[in-house]
Design a protein around this ligand. Structure first.
Ligand code: AMP
Length: 224
C-alpha cells in the first residue's frame, strides 16, 4: 500500500532533513520543489533567470508553473521505478497548489494520506538557515550548529563541495518567513478541516525531530 505525505512548515523547519532521514525507512520518494526550481536556475535559461530573481526576493514561484514542475517530476518517478509513495517537501505552499495536487494525485490513482506540520519559530529559523550548507551533488543538508560535516566544507557521502544557498541570507530568510505566514499558513486550517493534519514542535535537535515525524507517520499509517 502506498503512502503519500506532505511535510509542511516554514523554511528551515527541518522538512528536507527529516524527509531525507525517513524516505528509506518507508521506501518513499522525496520531491522537493525547492530543488526542482534550483535545478532550473542552474540551467541559466531565461526562465531560470526569472525564477532566480523570485527566489532571491523571498517570494513564491507562480502556482501553475510550480505545479507543472511537480507533475512532470512525479511522472518521471512513476515511469522509472515502482511507486510506493512520496513525501512532498515544500509543495503545496498555497491553496491553489493544494487543489492542483488533488487533481494530480487523482490522475495517477493516488490520494493524500496525511500532512505533517513542523512548527518552528522565526528566530530559530534564522539561526538554522544561516548555518545551512548543502552538498551540490547529492543535496544532503548539513548545519554548522547541529549536523556538521566530518571534513569541513565537503560532503560525508561523496566528498563533493558544500555550498550555501543565496536565499539563506538573514534578510531573505525573514522575507521567506513572511511569505510562509501569508501564503502557506492558510493550508494548516485547510488540511486540519479535512482531518489530515498532524503537527509537532520542530524547535528541537534534528534527531528528536526525526523521531517525532516517525511517530506521526506511524499514526497516519495506522489510520489507513
Ligand atoms: P525551498 O527550498 O523549499 O525553501 O524553496 C526555495 C524557493 O523556491 C522558495 O522560496 C520559492 O521561491 C521557490 N519554491 C519552492 N517550492 C515552491 C512552491 N511550492 N511554490 C512556489 N514557490 C516555490
Amino acid at each position: 500500500m502506498s503512502l503519500n505525505l506532505i511535510f509542511l512548515g516554514p523554511p528551515g523547519a527541518g522538512k528536507g532533513t527529516v524527509a531525507q532521514a525517513v524516505i528509506e525507512k518507508y521506501n518513499l520518494f522525496q520531491i522537493s520543489t525547492g530543488d526542482l526550481v534550483r535545478e532550473e536556475v542552474k540551467k541559466e535559461t531565461t526562465l531560470g533567470k526569472e525564477i532566480e530573481n523570485i527566489i532571491n526576493s523571498g517570494k513564491l514561484v507562480n502556482d501553475d508553473l510550480i505545479s507543472l514542475m511537480l507533475e512532470t517530476k512525479l511522472k518521471q518517478i512513476i515511469e522509472s521505478k515502482k511507486y510506493n509513495g512520496i513525501i512532498l517537501d515544500g509543495f503545496p505552499r498555497t491553496i491553489p497548489q493544494a487543489d492542483k495536487l488533488d487533481e494530480i494525485l487523482k490522475k495517477i490513482n493516488q490520494k493524500l494520506d496525511g500532512v505533517i506540520y513542523i512548527e518552528s519559530s522565526e528566530e530559530n529559523i534564522v539561526k538554522r538557515l544561516n548555518g545551512r550548507w548543502t552538498c551540490q551533488k547529492c543535496k544532503k543538508v548539513y548545519n554548522s550548529l547541529t549536523i556538521p560535516e566530518k571534513n569541513k566544507g565537503f560532503c560525508d557521502d561523496d566528498n563533493e563541495k558544500l555550498i550555501q544557498r543565496d536565499d539563506d541570507k538573514e534578510e531573505t530568510i525573514r522575507k521567506r518567513y513572511q511569505t510562509f505566514i501569508e501564503k502557506t499558513m492558510p493550508l494548516i486550517e485547510y488540511y486540519s478541516k479535512k482531518g489530515l493534519l498532524k503537527k509537532y514542535d520542530g524547535n528541537v535537535a534534528p534527531k528528536q525531530s526525526i523521531e517525532k515525524a516517525i511517530e506521526k507517520i506511524e499514526e497516519i499509517k495506522n489510520k489507513k
